[in-house]
Design a binder for this molecule. Structure first.
Ligand code: BGC
Length: 369
């Protein structure tokens, strides 16, 4: 009898897990780009989270989660309509950035002795794939169980990068976790570094300076005046970059520290513990007023923690609010910036015949007072 009951319990549990994995997915039009391409938005809805992902830039347009009183609210920055995204070339709200997320020094790198030049669009450096990166392209999409798969084929020579790169990005919602699976393949050796550039504000408004951040990382990559890693991997010990214990962003962001001054706040890559390819915690963020908690895990070796330093209040969001300085934070799981020019960093080279997989999850929960 007991074994029958146990078996029934196992079957029920399996069914519940299977049901939870299959968030409801719906698709709707989200406007048209100036060249007439239709953009769709997919809504993924589970018992705990509602996420909206659009095909322009494979972007997260909205995530709603409950606060500690169960009240659902928006936790990402963005615009209410496509026009806002089309008019904004520099914030990358919600986007998948590529072919190379973050910077490549002077927009040049070598592969097998051949020098490649990619567009310079940020203080003499190349940022987020150049002037028309993956964030500004309409991806092909279809619904999958509990989510949506987006596909982009970036031709040989696109933005100066070698090789035709095929990228698949799968967003899927599992109860309270939004999972992103990336896979990349090429027909010629290239470099690739894809990440997601969602800005979170777990309070749903105001700045993120009161958000408490934990980064399980003992080292980070300091940068030059143009935000290119120097190549060193110093310890975070005794610096405002030590987030091994949860600390509010505002506690040290205005400290007298050269690295904070260069970036106008936090805009650095932390070296995550554990191997490249292994699933590990990248960050935990707690917002004390709402009680919301965001936990990020990834297979990537690094995370760019960006405290929204370049937001300046000139862009207006979903509810008409100005996106003020420090109004959101990004946790961009990634290979380190400028890796193609740093042989000692984990490699971003991708060769024909290989498929690179990468995974990141954003899990939402709450914490009692
Ligand atoms: C970069 C910032 C940049 C921002 C784009 C981040 O990934 O590290 O320097 O300003 O993206 O808005």
């Amino acid at each position: 009898m007991r074994s029958v009951l146990n078996r029934t319990r196992v079957i029920l549990l399996t069914m519940t897990t299977a049901l939870a994995a299959h968030a409801a997915v719906t698709k709707a039009p989200f406007g048209t780009t100036p060249d007439g391409t239709a953009v769709d938005v997919y809504t993924l809805k589970s018992d705990a989270v509602e996420a909206k992902i659009m095909t322009y830039g494979a972007r997260v347009v909205s995530i709603k989660t409950a606060d500690r009183d169960g009240k659902m609210g928006e936790v990402t920055l963005g615009y209410s309509a496509l026009d806002g995204y089309l008019a904004d070339a520099t914030t990358y709200f919600g986007a998948v950035v590529g072919r190379y997320g973050n910077r490549i020094a002077l927009g040049t790198f070598k592969i097998d002795g051949h020098e490649y030049r990619v567009p310079i669009n940020n203080s003499g450096q190349s940022l987020h794939g150049g002037t028309k990166g993956f964030d500004k392209i309409v991806w092909q999409a279809h619904a999958i169980a509990g989510g949506v798969e987006m596909t982009l084929v970036s031709k040989d020579g696109d933005m100066g990068y070698p090789g035709t790169l095929t990228a698949h990005v799968r967003y899927s919602l599992h109860h309270n976790a939004l999972r992103i699976d990336y896979s990349m393949s090429t027909d010629k050796t290239t470099v690739v570094n894809l990440t997601n550039h969602t800005y979170f504000n777990l309070a749903g408004g105001g700045t993120v300076l009161g958000h408490e951040v934990t980064l399980p990382a003992d080292h980070y990559t300091p940068v030059s005046k143009v935000l290119i890693p120097t190549g060193e991997l110093p310890s975070v010990e005794g610096t405002p970059f030590d987030f091994r214990k949860g600390t509010t962003i505002g506690a040290r962001i205005h400290d007298n520290n050269e690295q904070l001054e260069i970036a106008g706040g936090y805009d650095h890559n932390w070296v995550l513990r554990g191997h490249n390819g292994e699933v590990k915690t990248a960050a935990r963020v707690y917002e004390p007023n709402s009680g919301r908690v965001l936990t990020v895990t990834t297979t990537e070796p690094g995370v760019q923690f960006y405290s929204g330093n370049f937001l300046d209040g000139t862009k207006f969001g979903k509810a008409g609010e100005g996106h003020e300085k420090n109004g959101g934070l990004c946790l961009e799981t990634q290979h380190y910036p400028d890796s193609p020019n740093h042989p000692s960093f984990p490699t971003t080279l991708l060769k024909p015949g290989e498929t690179r997989h990468s995974m990141t999850t954003f899990t939402f929960s709450t914490h009692a007072k």
